[in-house]
Ligand binder design. Sequence first.
Ligand code: NAD
Length: 357
Amino acid sequence: MSDFQLRIAPVKVRFGAGVRRHLAEEVEALGACRALILSTSGRAETARQLASGLGGRACGTFAKAAMHTPVEVTREAVAKATDLQADCIIAVGGGSTTGLGKAIAYRTDLPQIVVPTTYSGSEATPILGQTENGIKTTLTDSKVQPEVILYDAELVQGLPVGITVTSALNAMAHAVETLYAKDRNPLSSALALEGLKAFREALPAVIKSPHDLNARGKTLYGAWLCGSVLGQVGMALHHKLCHTLGGSFGLPHAETHAILLPHTAAYNEGAVREILQPAADLFGGGLGDGLYAFAGQMGAPRALRDIGLNRSDLDKAVELAVRNPYWNPRPVERSAIRELLQRAFEGAPPEDIDGRS
Ligand code: NAD
């Protein structure tokens, strides 16, 4: 048994189809009576429904959450929360809405309840990414960690299959990088593997029957596990590449994760083979190849060129990715990263650990 340390936030988590109907009691348990409900414009109707279910405990809705948490949106939302004398924030949506709730909590210390409708896992972390003047910065603060999470499978039943798959692979990427994280611990490894297992088992069932509440519930369980470990340990090459491609080339978040995950897993596999073996066993073959096959079967996008990257961006992307690299189990080698990105650009299978394709 090696020495280790970890930090676990005191978060209340409830799972269940229809659990959103307990929102009023959760608001009350926080000692709050004026909840501001956040969403993107696309989820505004869900936000309104939650508000009406809260009766007098809702003070308003704000449906302007946007990808990468622009600070100008946050300022407007904080002003509204202040005007309405909100004493609690409810975020219903994916990582963008959760991000807005966290950004408000960071500035006001209001308690947060999150009702996730994607699998990105942000609700389970004390991490906030926000964008100002086109630059995204990330901070970690306990004020940002939501106090309550309600995972309601009914709310992901209608999540379109495309977002379902990319957002699941986004969550799975947190788990894969947790397995080999420098500061991993026995609990983070167990949770990460359990998260991968949940998606491995339930995602095919969800793709087959998107309204299968049991399978949807299991994918939410996976999302929570994968999000929890993201908040516990440091991320490596995969997240660095995704942040670079998202931040500097505007590539969509979940799709970028989905495309790169098999490649980054394959890149690191030789350096941490034993550590990744239990995950590889879930998908068959090597982890990179197994994830590539799994993502393909789920209909995930495979090529960066299909989601907005230009061939002429590749060299700059490599330059940015190798500059100030995150710690990674295999050294971040410029020519190998160029090869990795080339393959991901074209949608080719990952290079295997022995250098054969
Ligand atoms: P998102 O929140 O932007 O949602 C994607 C789209 O799907 C939006 O248009 C949204 O309205 C729509 N949508 C959401 N739920 C739906 C549903 N059930 N049915 C139909 N449409 C639905 O995307 P995301 O991938 O969940 O989150 C991405 C953002 O989260 C990024 O900004 C990323 O940086 C952030 N993130 C942060 C953390 C963290 O710990 N800080 C972790 C993961 C992701």
